[in-house]
Design a protein around this ligand. Structure first.
Ligand SMILES: NC(=O)c1ccc[n+]([C@@H]2O[C@H](COP(=O)([O-])OP(=O)(O)OC[C@H]3O[C@@H](n4cnc5c(N)ncnc54)[C@H](OP(=O)(O)O)[C@@H]3O)[C@@H](O)[C@H]2O)c1
Length: 281
């Protein structure tokens, strides 16, 4: 892929899901100081107080960026729930989509699933369905809603799919998570085949110190997984959100990735542990 222009140079409309904490929060804070003035950042998640607090932090460091908070539940399956989300945001705030040189949707929201059960203990249809509602169905519907609003091919259109190394590595107790991430990665490969002018980055952030990782470290039913994560932490291989997002920023700046290829931050930090995991399980 030929190198293209640094994405942070364009006046942009950027929506980040899962922006209330963890990697998404960090992404919002770091992206806000990089995009040009009058770019728009939309912070999305369920916890509106946490989103408002990110907005306050963000406005202190990046006063020239417009920030909107949009509460939503990605697992909501009500008819029409995702339709027109971005159209309404633009209308309510009297914004014309034509003023943006670039639009970007970052699919960062995810859940880990019931890591206390093994694959053969997954007998509850509601539990399985609700996992895929949040992590697959809602993500697909939000994506369609975004690109229904931003359908002009003359605007640069970008989607960032936050994936995980576990979309490729079968990891005990992460049945729903691994398969959901693998399905998302393929979904975006198909999108990319259909819409070659939409830039698609599928980025695995590495092991990052967030609520999600700590929960897994403490509560996974798999001893090898807990041991691997404890080992990574002891050896200083768990990244801070800042470190992981800095790497993502570099990738968006370089803008040289192949559409929908898996770009993995994990390999640089923890490959030996991945290999061990294969052996132990
Ligand atoms: N941390 C890691 O080591 C690691 C490694 C590989 C990949 N990743 C990926 O990186 C991304 C961020 O992970 P993280 O570690 O920052 O996770 P996290 O700390 O658990 O944050 C998850 C975010 O998703 C939002 N969310 C959860 N359920 C939602 C729902 N039903 N509707 C809307 N928003 C919802 C949460 O906000 P609310 O609760 O406010 O809704 C929160 O902002 C995920 O895609 C994850 O799979 C993380």
């Amino acid at each position: 892929m030929e190198k293209q222009e640094n994405m942070f140079l364009k006046k942009s409309f950027v929506a980040i899901t899962g922006a209330s904490r963890g990697i998404g929060r960090c992404m919002a804070l770091k992206f806000a100081v990089k995009f040009p003035p009058n770019s728009v950042l939309v912070l999305m998640a369920r916890n509106v107080e946490a989103l408002e607090s990110v907005r306050t932090e963000l406005q202190a460091t990046a006063p020239n960026i417009t920030v909107f908070v949009r509460q939503y539940d990605q697992g909501n399956t009500n008819e029409g729930y995702f339709k027109g989300i971005f159209d309404s945001l633009l209308t309510e705030n009297k914004l014309s989509k034509g003023v943006f040189e670039q639009v970007m949707l970052v699919h960062n929201c995810a859940t880990i699933g019931d890591k206390e059960k093994t694959t053969l203990q997954l007998c509850d249809a509601d539990l399985v369905r609700s996992y895929y509602d949040i992590n697959l169905c809602g993500m697909i519907l939000l994506n369609a809603s975004f690109f229904a609003t931003f359908c002009d091919p003359s605007t640069s259109r970008v989607v960032v799919n936050i994936t995980s190394g576990t979309s490729k590595v079968p990891s005990p107790s992460l049945h729903l998570y691994c398969s959901g991430k693998a399905a998302r990665d393929m979904f975006f490969r198909v999108l990319s085949a259909e819409e070659p002018y939409i830039r698609v980055l599928t980025y695995a952030p590495g092991g990052v110190d967030t609520d999600m990782l700590r929960d897994l470290e403490e509560n996974s039913s798999s001893t090898p997984i807990r041991k691997m994560l404890n080992g990574l932490r002891q050896d200083g291989h768990i990244l801070t959100p800042d470190e992981s997002v800095a790497n993502l920023e570099q990738i968006l700046e370089d803008n040289a990735f192949e559409n929908a290829d898996h770009v993995d931050n994990y390999r640089q930090t923890a490959q030996p542990y991945r290999t061990n995991l294969y052996i132990e399980t």
